[in-house]
Design a protein around this ligand. Structure first.
Ligand code: AN7
Length: 401
């Protein structure tokens, strides 16, 4: 029903081959379905609950999946923020509402299911945090061991807590995410662990369902999809899924794919701005949005194509802009997200103010992870609680009543 196809040279491999790169040219592989042969129908999808597995005909898993109800996340109409920005059709897809609190669960339900389908006995990843938390959760559900490599001192505490509590073997390396990914890749090739970073073509299949769900919830294709970009897996995955819907005749237009990066970590934005054929890695990325503190995004090639071919945009936002939007989402919309997630909406604000986006557009921002992932960054921005003696006069004084 599908093959693994090189995104660059088109070389094709059988579906059960355990490969992360094309053996001919070294580029990444993607799952290519024989779309006309699939029994996909809108009617069947509509009869199922909103979730990753609603779209199972467009997923590679044939066994009973490892699932804990991922996807089916809310799409919120940001009326108050939209009004402030003068954009009436601004939406946020809150991926922080997934089981482990980030969009990574969509990829991991598929990726860990594929690990079992391919008879792998253990799984591994490098991570800025959320991937490790999600992998730990799904490996626990599957009953197989997981190894996760984290950049020491640069992972938000909630994510480390999850990886530890769900039983992964957690290794902190004295190096950044990009180095951790190189190391875990080598480990997996030499020792047979199944690699579940976004170079794994199956994991990204799960993540493409963000786009499917948003279209189903909106009742149509938005003009623009805006995503925070780290390794650029998610923006590539959503684009791939939408191309499949178009080829199947289920949609007739594609949204403008728009990627937002942190100003201290913006190789994709640079490549778009300077019209480079490929990204130039940044050796020392830095941002408060540690989830997207990635200098050498492995999926950049696909992300550049997604942005360019859809007429999308790429923009960077400063840490201050990210944190200001994190507060705005929390206080004006009741939506609690981690800094990387606020980057998408902060990017829209910046692009609107620069006149780069038409105000009548229907815009879906993907907010990727939950506020509680990174409580330290939240606490640092807020006044501490007011501590008082346990009597009413003290309470009234504290409230200035
Ligand atoms: C909240 O966990 O890379 O562009 O190792 O956690 O697909 O990499 C996390 C990435 C955006 C960027 N928002 O997605 C990891 C990791 C949040 C994230 C991204 C991440 P990609």
């Amino acid at each position: 029903m599908y093959r693994l196809v090189c995104v660059s040279c088109g070389a094709s491999y059988p579906p059960d081959e355990i490969l992360y790169n094309c053996t001919k040219c070294g580029h990444l592989l993607a799952v290519r379905y024989d779309l006309p042969a699939l029994a996909v129908s809108r009617k069947i999808w509509d009869s199922r609950p909103l979730s990753v597995w609603r779209y199972r005909e467009l997923l590679p898993v044939t066994i009973e999946p490892v699932t804990i109800n991922e996807g089916g996340t809310p799409l919120y109409h940001l009326k108050r923020l939209g009004k402030e920005l003068g954009i009436p059709h601004l939406y946020a897809k809150h991926e922080g509402m997934n089981p482990s609190g980030s969009f990574k669960d969509r990829g991991m339900t598929v990726g860990v299911s594929m690990a079992l389908q391919l008879k792998k006995k253990s799984v591994a990843c490098a991570s800025t945090g959320n991937t490790s938390a999600s992998l730990a959760v799904y490996a626990a559900k599957a009953g197989i061991p997981a190894v996760v490599l984290l950049p020491a001192g640069k992972v938000a505490v909630g994510k480390v807590a999850q990886a530890l509590m769900h039983g992964a073997k957690v290794i902190s390396i004295r190096g950044n995410f990009d180095r951790a990914l190189e190391m875990v890749h080598e480990l997996c090739l030499s020792h047979g662990l199944y690699l579940l970073n976004s170079i794994n073509p199956f994991r990204l299949e799960g993540q493409k369902t963000i786009g499917f769900e948003a279209i189903d919830q909106l009742g149509g294709v938005p003009d623009r999809f805006v995503l925070p970009v780290g390794n650029a897996g998610n923006i590539s995955a959503v684009h791939k899924g939408l191309l499949e819907l178009k080829e199947l005749g289920l949609v007739d237009s594609l949204p403008m794919m728009t990627g937002i990066q942190a100003a201290g970590s913006m190789p994709v934005v640079r490549a778009i701005r300077e019209n480079l054929p490929e990204v130039i890695p940044e050796g020392d990325p830095e941002t408060v949005a540690t989830a997207i503190r990635i200098g050498a995004p492995v999926n950049a090639e696909k992300a550049l194509t997604a942005i360019r071919t859809t007429g999308g945009l790429a923009e960077s936002v400063t840490d201050d802009e990210i944190l200001a939007m994190q507060r705005d989402l929390a206080r004006k919309e009741g939506i609690g997200v981690e800094p990387a997630s606020a980057a998408s909406v902060a990017g829209v604000k910046k692009l609107i103010e620069a006149g780069a986006i038409d105000r009548s557009e229907r815009i879906v921002c993907v907010v990727t992870g939950h506020l509680l992932k990174d409580p330290d960054t939240v606490i640092r921005q807020c006044e501490p609680p007011t501590e008082i003696d346990a009597d009413l006069p003290s309470l009234l004084a504290a409230l200035r009543l």
